[in-house]
Design a protein around this ligand. Sequence first.
Ligand SMILES: C[S@@+](CC[C@H](N)C(=O)[O-])C[C@H]1O[C@@H](n2cnc3c(N)ncnc32)[C@H](O)[C@@H]1O
Length: 217
Amino acid sequence: MNSQKDSKIHGIEKYHHFDDSHDSDVTGQLKSVYADWADAYDDDNDNKLGTVSQPTTVAMLTRHCGDSEAQIMDVGCGTGLVGLHLQRAGFKHYDGTDISAEMMAHAKTRGYRKLLDLNPGEQLAADESTYDAVLCVGVFTHGHLGPEGFDELIRIAKPGGLICFTVNEGVWDEAHFDEAIEAHAQNAVWRVLEQSKLDYMVNEGVQAWYITAQKLG
Ligand SMILES: C[S@@+](CC[C@H](N)C(=O)[O-])C[C@H]1O[C@@H](n2cnc3c(N)ncnc32)[C@H](O)[C@@H]1O
């Protein structure tokens, strides 16, 4: 990426220029993108991208979990749009974690019990088998997180707990998400309850896979 060009663009433009193929410090670049975009993210989410992943994922959760007392973790919570929809759906106990402090600063008013800093590649700040549901919305996408990220979501879910996530259609084949999901099913790590390809960023014509899996064991 051209750093001179990079310094002149901000917010959603910087996100659109984000290119994980040339820079060895992809994580640093990603954190810089979100630090720059945090203040405008919600407005761009609704009005530029037309992103519908947050309500669609929470609706998927409610099809499998009707317990408003469920303990929920939102991984990659960003500004807390998922929390907003969890609150509207009546869920009372949800935590969030993200690699971007600037994004999470906006989540403080959205009902999260705890907002936890996350260092990419490190364990989530939660014990094994803690949550009834683990959500991860908008994170399995270009340059963010690959299927290796499933391990931590599974670790912090309770046996019988739900793991609800989106995968951008643009990374589905190249990162072999379908094979990773199937491998966990074959190894009796989880059981897939729902898998649908639906709208994701409507104004960009992008869809995602929406998946709910149940941790076994
Ligand atoms: C497209 S935003 C989605 C935010 C929120 N979930 C939503 O739906 O509005 C992606 C978020 O993932 C975070 N992120 C990127 N890499 C991550 C990782 N390895 N683990 C957790 N979060 C990550 C970013 O900081 C950003 O807040």
